[in-house]
Ligand binder design. Structure first.
Ligand SMILES: Cc1cc2nc3c(=O)[nH]c(=O)nc-3n(C[C@H](O)[C@H](O)[C@H](O)COP(=O)(O)OP(=O)(O)OC[C@H]3O[C@@H](n4cnc5c(N)ncnc54)[C@H](O)[C@@H]3O)c2cc1C
Length: 414
């Protein structure tokens, strides 16, 4: 087994996440990102995996009997012949170009990950007075990080009527540092010819999310940090012809995490954005085991490769997406379903039901929680044996009453 990464060290984004909150599920300890990455790296070394760093993979070609992974290292081409490939390419941040903010294009506008890299890995301070756009956990953590470095953080602005970050992070990152959170308010204009001089913010209509005229306010600052979502990185996947989901931005997979291209598997943020590193690692283990089984010839084909159409996994009421999108009829044991709700749901009741054929309407799994928010990935297991004779299952999340007595579904424990 070989592992290649374009960076000089393994760990991906974890290397720059110096805050704690990692490993609660997997290591049963509260670790920082680098500590978590170091433990996973040691496991990889102990397993005898060949690790190659500074290798940028450009494309994956089909060789008939296997895959040819083509990359570059120090300007030279590198070829790897493999029977199976796991794509764990992570995600990209949504940048200024995708946000449609009017005005100039001065320096001083950074994505949160970029500002985090400057501060935590390079010892650089991005500015003196900052505004954060987006109140997900990454935006909240960066607001605190900048405050701790002496940057005056003037506020966190969120277009939605609710923060997509965890309550705990709002308290520990904003309230404890006196940083105001402005909901239903966004940045509409940038000012400054060379360096950012001010941002103009405005209220938005909660229904249309469009700015409301007359509510504009000019805020002088030299730094704008954008924390406006992550997009699965799948440029390499596209070269291999992997079918992508328009909803998750990641590959369409079955319960083995097999993509539509035989021999290619996907996991982590490349498959769908994870809020917990623990779940991304666990998914990586599953994809690795599936790739090994494929390479040994124990299983064949990509997702939906058998003659019989697989069991469709559908996002029902209140659910934005479910991964995997299909389950093969020969699946065994417990199948993990990961999903997100499409809106805030109080007193939420989650259900996985058979929707067609024998036993239509039968509930396969059920859970409840006090509240579900789109920012928290949720997970439920279904027993593969219980799917016999079924062609479609639906995952739904609806508002129920007696939520307080219910066992919580997995997720959101950060
Ligand atoms: C600011 C922030 C705070 C977070 N806080 C927490 C937290 O408190 N607790 C928690 O559990 N989780 C947290 N998370 C989430 C967690 O860090 C991620 O879910 C997880 O680390 C994703 O891992 P990954 O391996 O899928 O992707 P990544 O970490 O992005 O790794 C992808 C790797 O692929 C490499 N790569 C990509 N394309 C290529 C290519 N073409 N060729 C070669 N290499 C390539 C990249 O260099 C990178 O090393 C946080 C995330 C962020 C961004």
């Amino acid at each position: 087994v070989a592992m290649v990464d374009r960076e000089k060290r393994p760990g991906g984004v974890l290397k720059q996440c110096v805050h704690n909150g990692f490993g609660l599920h997997r290591m049963k300890a509260e670790l920082t990102g680098p500590e978590y990455a170091a433990q996973e790296e040691q496991a990889v070394i102990d397993a005898g995996v060949v690790c190659e760093y500074g290798v940028s993979v450009l494309h994956i070609d089909d060789e008939g009997a296997g895959k040819l992974v083509v990359g570059t290292r120090f300007g030279a081409e590198l070829f790897l012949h493999a029977k199976a490939v796991v794509l764990a390419t992570g995600s990209r941040e949504r940048g200024l170009g995708a946000l449609g903010i009017a005005g100039a294009r001065p320096s001083g506008v950074y994505t949160a990950g970029c500002a985090q890299n400057f501060m935590n890995l390079q010892g650089l301070v991005p500015g003196a007075t900052a505004v954060v756009l987006g109140s997900g956990d990454i935006g909240l953590i960066m607001a605190r990080r900048m405050s701790l470095s002496g940057i005056k953080v003037l506020g966190v602005y969120e277009i939605m009527p609710f923060s997509s970050g965890l309550r705990r992070n709002i308290v520990q990152c904003l309230d404890d540092f006196g940083i105001p959170l402005h909901l239903s308010r966004t940045v509409v204009r940038l000012e400054g010819e060379t360096r950012l001089q001010a941002v103009v913010v405005a209220d938005v209509d909660p229904a249309t999310r469009r700015p409301i005229e007359g509510t504009e306010e000019r805020i002088p600052c030299d730094t704008l940090v954008l924390s406006c979502g992550l997009i699965p990185e799948n440029e390499v996947a596209k070269t291999a012809g992997v079918a992508l989901s328009p909803i998750t931005g990641g590959a369409i997979v079955d319960e083995r995490l097999a993509t539509s291209t035989p021999g290619i598997f996907a996991c982590g943020n490349a498959l769908h954005v994870h809020d917990l590193a623990d779940f991304a690692s666990e998914e990586g283990e599953r994809a690795g085991a599936s790739a090994a089984a494929f390479a040994r010839g124990e299983v064949q084909g990509g997702s939906a490769s058998t003659d019989e159409a697989p069991i469709e996994v559908v996002a029902g009421e209140g659910v934005r997406y479910v991964v995997p999108q299909m389950i093969s009829h020969d699946a065994e044991g417990a199948v993990m379903l990961s999903f997100r709700v499409s809106d805030v749901i109080e007193g939420v009741r989650f259900e996985v039901r058979k929707s067609e054929d024998a036993g239509a309407g039968e509930v396969l799994a059920r859970a409840r929680d006090v509240v579900a928010v789109p920012a928290e990935m949720r997970r439920m297991k279904v027993d593969a044996e219980s799917l016999a004779g079924c062609s479609r299952i639906v995952v739904s999340a609806v508002s129920g009453l007696s939520a307080r007595r219910a066992p919580a579904v997995e997720g959101g424990a950060r």
